[in-house]
Write a protein that binds this ligand. Structure first.
Ligand SMILES: O=P(O)(O)OC[C@H]1O[C@H](O)[C@H](O)[C@@H](O)[C@@H]1O
Length: 541
């Protein structure tokens, strides 16, 4: 609220607000009841953050000061969604900016609302807030912010949180009431606009056929997140049968599985649904639908490297030779596939969806053409779709492929997709072990976990230089990536957590252990590092 601190609201410092930053998102605990996780995304904190975003936006748009600005708000299926939506609305209104509530929505739809030109739906909005904590547990929640230039970056989020701390401290009840009176709150069914655009995109690609998916049986698993719309509002109008789709109803306790295409249990659930229903294709989304994965009719998963291979094949058919930007944990097999089989260029960049998208945009600005930025996590953005990070749009590209293959007489089912990734070499063993840094350990000597992690990486790098069986990757943008024993490993700092994730891929468990041992030798010297996961892995049974 311009939240007037009261006796009931504890004093919060700038540092408390800054702790809510998670890269380019804001994340916190919004629901009480989990031991050791006190609520820090309270209503007053939320109001202050929303007010800060609105004030930041007003500042950016000063030259348009004569008109009322508007911000759209959407949320996923979390149980704290309603409370936070109301608090966000109050915060925005307190600065005199209009609020347009969309209700249950997807993250990409929110960004889209800053680009859509449609007066009836009060679009385009000047800014947008998605209330979500992606796949995190039910007690968390958070915010993602957009303008027509895309998602806000780390630096902007930091500015907004600093401003929120000031607003929280200094606001007066009078100013709040005055500003609020001049702002309006409206509700709009924007998801109808967004989904009809997805439907139109598939129809257009199929040569303006009304039902290009007629006869295809496609099951959707929304994991009780916000993605249930995809079955009734996208697939069915296109003619697909969607019976057997599951967990489409929003339920913020996520009773069936975590909505996360990287999660093994989630992937098993959609795979089983495809097989049980003898469907042509399965589609799964994360909670807020900016990530997705698919499963073919034989139960083969298109997630992680395989999803990237599939999307690369589709995009490289349309744009021969283009550069595919991916995150850092992608496999060697994927690089070979993109470069040798598909004739594209692979830029293995850093982890983080914003990092890969920004890198693709940067490459284009330097004259290197790139049409796809995608992470193993299932985040993916295409140039043709305004670099919008959209799991649903990735699936639209997959549907286009199915429809066009059938139109050109190819056999039915998802065979065409399976064929597209033929030749992708996959390691028999692929693991991710996450080594925690104990931040209160004396070995940190008062320094930050980042400095400590960097010291581990430096030491590892030096030790690799001394080992003739190991070879450092000649081009690498994050952490230490090393080849050897027919495989590779990457040790890097987590984007947000005091953790060093270690990815290992190798042809056999034995080879993977040999790679793991090269890391063990180094990390053992760092007492604040919890190496138990790695120790367990290298103990060959
Ligand atoms: O660095 P990590 O801890 O593995 O996390 C990396 C992940 O962080 C967030 O979830 C981002 O949304 C992802 O884009 C990113 O891949």
């Amino acid at each position: 609220m311009a939240a007037a601190p009261s006796a009931a609201v504890p004093t919060l410092e700038k540092a408390d607000f800054l702790k809510l930053q998670n890269g380019s998102d804001i994340r916190g605990v919004a629901v009480a009841g989990v031991e050791g996780e006190p609520v820090n995304l309270t209503e007053p904190v939320t109001e202050a953050i929303a007010a800060a975003f609105a004030a930041w936006l007003k500042d950016k748009k000063k030259e348009e000061a004569s008109r009322h600005l508007s911000i759209s708000i959407g949320h996923d299926s979390r149980i704290s969604a309603q409370t936070l939506q109301d608090a966000v609305s109050r915060g925005i209104s307190s600065v005199g900016v209009d609020v347009i509530q969309y209700g249950l929505a997807s993250t990409p739809a929110m960004f889209n609302s800053t680009l859509t030109e449609d007066d009836v739906f009060l679009c385009p909005v000047d800014g947008s807030i998605m209330i979500t904590a992606s796949h995190l547990p039910y007690n968390r929640n958070g915010f993602k912010f957009f303008t027509s230039a895309g998602g806000l970056g780390k630096a902007d989020i930091k500015d907004i949180l600093e401003l929120a701390a000031d607003i929280f401290k200094n606001s007066s009840v009078e100013a709040y009431a005055r500003n609020k009176a001049s702002a309006s709150v409206k509700r709009v069914d924007y998801m109808t606009v967004y989904t009809s655009n997805l439907v139109k995109a598939v129809r257009r690609a199929a040569g303006n056929i009304e039902k290009p998916l007629e006869g295809f049986h496609i099951v959707v698993d929304a994991g009780n997140g916000a993605g249930g719309f995809f079955a009734a509002k996208v697939l069915e109008p296109l003619g697909a049968i969607t019976s057997g789709s599951q967990f489409l109803e929003p339920d913020g306790l996520f009773p069936n599985h975590i909505p996360n295409p990287e999660d093994k249990v989630a992937m098993k659930a959609i795979t089983q649904a495809v097989l049980d229903n003898e469907a042509d294709l399965g589609i799964i989304f994360d909670t807020d639908v900016d990530r997705s994965a698919a499963v073919d009719s034989a139960g083969r998963e298109f997630n992680r490297n395989r999803l990237i291979a599939l999307m690369s094949a589709i995009v490289l058919e349309e744009h021969p030779g283009t550069t595919i930007v991916t995150d850092s944990v992608t496999s060697d097999g994927l690089s070979t596939f993109i470069e040798k089989k598909l004739g594209g260029k692979h830029r293995r960049f850093k982890r983080g969806y914003k990092n890969v998208i920004d890198e693709a945009i940067r490459l284009n600005s330097t004259g290197e053409e790139s049409h796809l930025a995608i992470e193993t996590s299932g985040h993916g953005a295409l140039k043709e779709n305004h670099w919008l990070d959209d799991g649903a749009y990735l699936m639209v590209k997959v549907l286009n492929k199915l429809a066009s293959a059938r139109a050109s007489g190819a056999g039915g089912g998802s065979r065409v997709l399976t064929d597209l990734v033929e030749g992708l070499e996959e390691a028999a063993v692929a693991v991710e072990l996450r080594l925690k840094i104990n931040q209160s350990h004396s070995d940190l000597k008062g320094g930050s976990f980042r400095d400590y992690g960097e010291a581990v990486l430096k030491h590892l790098e030096n030790s690799i230089d001394l080992d003739p069986k190991l070879r450092k990757a000649p081009v690498n943008y994050e952490g230490v990536r090393v080849s050897g024993f027919g495989g590779w490993f990457l040790l890097r700092l987590s984007l947000h957590d005091p953790v060093l994730p270690l990815n290992i891929e190798a042809p056999t468990h034995n080879d993977a252990v040999k790679l793991g041992l090269a890391v063990v030798a180094v990390v053992k010297e760092f007492a604040a590092l919890d190496t138990s996961a790695l120790d367990k892995f290298v103990q060959v049974s």
